[in-house]
Design a protein around this ligand. Structure first.
Ligand SMILES: NC(=O)c1ccc[n+]([C@@H]2O[C@H](COP(=O)([O-])OP(=O)(O)OC[C@H]3O[C@@H](n4cnc5c(N)ncnc54)[C@H](OP(=O)(O)O)[C@@H]3O)[C@@H](O)[C@H]2O)c1
Length: 248
């Protein structure tokens, strides 16, 4: 059995990714920041369907927690899955910031960069020696990299840097058969995007989408699951737009 670690899997897109990867037969680490009960509920759903899952909390806004991520998680994986084998890392946890350049202060910028860029950077650094040859790394970026709104002043640059890291790593890890890709959701109905969950505002957003609706977490999860699958093994170094064709 292969093992996947999905950050920010207690809700939203990460939850849907964890469920998809479990459905595909992988043991899944369901990472969360503060919502332990929600992560446990995702694990319960996976185990009820015959899969294996483990909830694991770490605040990726805290550099010390990022440094301790793998050393803390590995014994828990051994206890729950019988092995610390790692095959897939999905860097999904993210924070929006929601500020224009005029509104942003240094602390907010630092926090957004810490969660969206520095945490994936150091989680991947720690994963390089742990992940199996033929493994998969998927980073959640955003359509905001190609169409940044003013309120994405901190968020869009953090995701753009994550994409550059993705491209670099695809080259570096390719000789080991490890693929590294980024997925760019458009407006997706989760807690992060209150406009996409609002019945009125989501209709207005849908008018900007070729497929005429906002995204649902499972729309994104299916693409991530494909990239993590055997069938996705010939795709690397790509930034996949997963927006239903928003603002084409
Ligand atoms: N929704 C969209 O429209 C959209 C569009 C483009 C890109 N994205 C990207 O897709 C990814 C998932 O977004 P989403 O909409 O599913 O978000 P969400 O519903 O807000 O969920 C965020 C997840 O990340 C975790 N998280 C937040 N801050 C964290 C921190 N400091 N440390 C560790 N974990 C933390 C949360 O854990 P807790 O539950 O424990 O708080 C939760 O599991 C993000 O990278 C986001 O930037 C989303």
């Amino acid at each position: 059995m292969k093992t996947a670690v999905v950050t920010g899997a207690s809700r939203g897109i990460g939850r849907a990714i964890a469920l998809r990867l479990a459905e595909a037969g992988n043991a899944v680490v369901v990472h969360y920041a503060t919502r332990a009960a929600a992560a446990e509920a995702v694990c319960a759903e996976i185990t009820a369907a015959g899969g294996k899952a483990l909830a694991f909390g770490a605040d990726l806004g805290d550099p010390a927690a990022v440094a301790g991520f793998w050393p803390t998680l590995e014994p828990l994986m051994e206890a729950s899955f019988g092995s610390k084998r790692l095959d897939m890392l999905v860097n999904n946890a993210g924070t929006g910031g929601g500020l224009t350049i005029e509104q942003a202060d240094p602390a907010t910028l630092d926090h957004v960069l810490q969660v969206n860029l520095k945490a994936p950077f150091f989680l991947i650094q720690g994963a390089i020696t742990r992940i199996s040859d033929g493994g998969r790394i998927v980073n959640l970026s955003s359509m905001g990299v190609r169409n940044p709104y003013p309120v994405m002043a901190a968020y869009a640059p953090s995701k753009a840097a994550l994409e550059t890291l993705t491209l670099m790593l695809a080259n570096q890890l390719g000789p080991r058969g490890i693929t590294v890709n980024a997925v760019r959701p458009g407006a997706t109905a989760t807690e992060m995007n209150h406009r996409a969950t609002d019945p009125v505002l989501s209709k207005a957003i849908a008018e900007t989408v070729a497929l005429r609706r906002v995204g649902q977490p499972d729309d994104i999860a299916g693409i991530v699951a494909f990239l993590c699958s055997e069938a996705g093994g010939w795709v690397t170094g790509q930034m996949l737009d997963a927006s239903g064709g928003q603002r084409l």
